[in-house]
Design a binder for this molecule. Structure first.
Ligand code: MTE
Length: 328
């Protein structure tokens, strides 16, 4: 995404790393000898930690044998499926890079163990491992269009489960109006998370009604296999009627809340990126038109469709929200 970055001195509170994160390993006397010992030991600790992270990030995905999932034929495409090579190598994942070619960098993310926390205004708060969660959910494959706010698009066979099944598991309370989705925070493996220009971690949000819509989908895989790390493994969301930045990757927490979440891009540039971000060809981005899109792989230009072609599924969600900026 093209953004005007914040000035260097505007460091968000979340980025001020507490000292104990760095210095909680051992308590040493403050003598010169102890400081020397500390330097050597912490270097050893760091080496061991780096080795453990490298081993964890290279481990095979234990869910691989579950794939492929049965395709749900409700969701059809008006275009060819994008070549997997494109979908898996042209990515947005700012934790790893602001460029598109970030496959190598993303491999550093360890995706097991991986725990999803569900908290906030729910009757059943929980912490659940991704593999246990997959056992509880009805797994399926869906063909979805994906439209980035930058105007590129693709058509992908995602594997996963309907978000509404997860919502039902959590049993939201009546006061819960929104879901706040939070991505991992691990600057040791995601180098860009050390940058003070961005308000990490990556946050996204949607209403409970949107989450209960049939289209809202939690993604664990694509092209009949576990999703590659660069596409958001082990758990991301796909909201195909919204611009792609709403589809947060590598989710670790879902909080049910009565406050509308401020998302990552909105926190950076609220004049250009909003909460709803529904696709609309007639509402330009402040700096470019959204009237057409170009498909990854063949660069084929196509007219952008209202709600990215999913109006039949989602338009009723917005019938009483005319005062809202629904398309940015
Ligand atoms: N999620 C996280 N955590 N970090 C990101 O930078 N980029 C978003 C979205 N999810 C992003 C993210 C944007 S702008 C888009 S278009 C899609 O991921 C891209 O998904 P893809 O790389 O699988 O095509």
């Amino acid at each position: 995404m093209f953004i005007k970055v914040k000035r260097g001195w505007e460091i968000p509170e979340s980025l001020a790393t507490p000292e104990h994160v760095f210095f909680n390993r051992r308590k040493f006397l403050t003598t010169g000898a102890a400081i020397g010992a500390m330097t050597i030991l912490s270097a050893c600790d760091q080496k061991q930690e780096a080795q453990a992270q490298a081993e964890a990030s290279a481990a095979p995905d234990p869910s691989a044998s579950l794939y492929p999932f049965k395709r749900n034929e409700t969701y059809t495409l008006d275009r060819d499926i994008t070549d997997e090579q494109w979908a898996a190598t042209y990515n947005n994942y700012y934790e790893f890079s602001s460029g598109k070619r970030l496959v190598d960098e993303a491999q550093a993310l360890p995706i097991r163990p991986w725990t999803l926390t569900i908290d906030g205004l729910v009757a059943k708060p929980m912490q659940i491992g991704i593999d246990d969660l997959m056992k509880k959910m009805p797994l399926e494959e869906r063909l979805y269009r994906h439209r980035c706010v930058e105007t590129w698009s693709m058509a992908v066979p995602w594997s996963g489960f309907a978000l509404k099944e997860l919502v039902k598991l959590a049993e939201p309370k009546a006061e819960a109006k929104y879901l706040r989705l939070e991505t991992f925070m691990n600057p040791e493996v995601a180098g860009e998370q050390k940058s003070p220009f961005y308000p990490w971690p990556y946050i996204e949000g949607l209403t409970v009604e949107e989450a209960m819509n049939d289209l809202a989908f939690m993604v664990t895989g694509m092209y009949g296999k576990p999703a590659p790390k660069q596409n958001g493994a082990p758990l991301r969301i796909a909201l195909p009627w919204k611009y792609g930045f709403k589809s947060g990757k590598a989710l670790v927490k879902i909080t049910f809340t009565d406050e509308r979440p401020v998302n990552f891009w909105q926190a950076l540039q609220s004049s250009e990126y909003g909460f709803w971000a529904n696709v609309n060809p007639e509402v330009p981005h402040p700096r470019w038109s959204q009237a057409t899109e170009r498909m990854l792989g063949n660069d084929e230009p196509r007219p952008t469709l209202l709600y990215n072609g999913y109006a039949d599924f989602v338009a009723p969600l917005y019938a009483n929200l005319q005062g809202e900026k629904l398309f940015m």
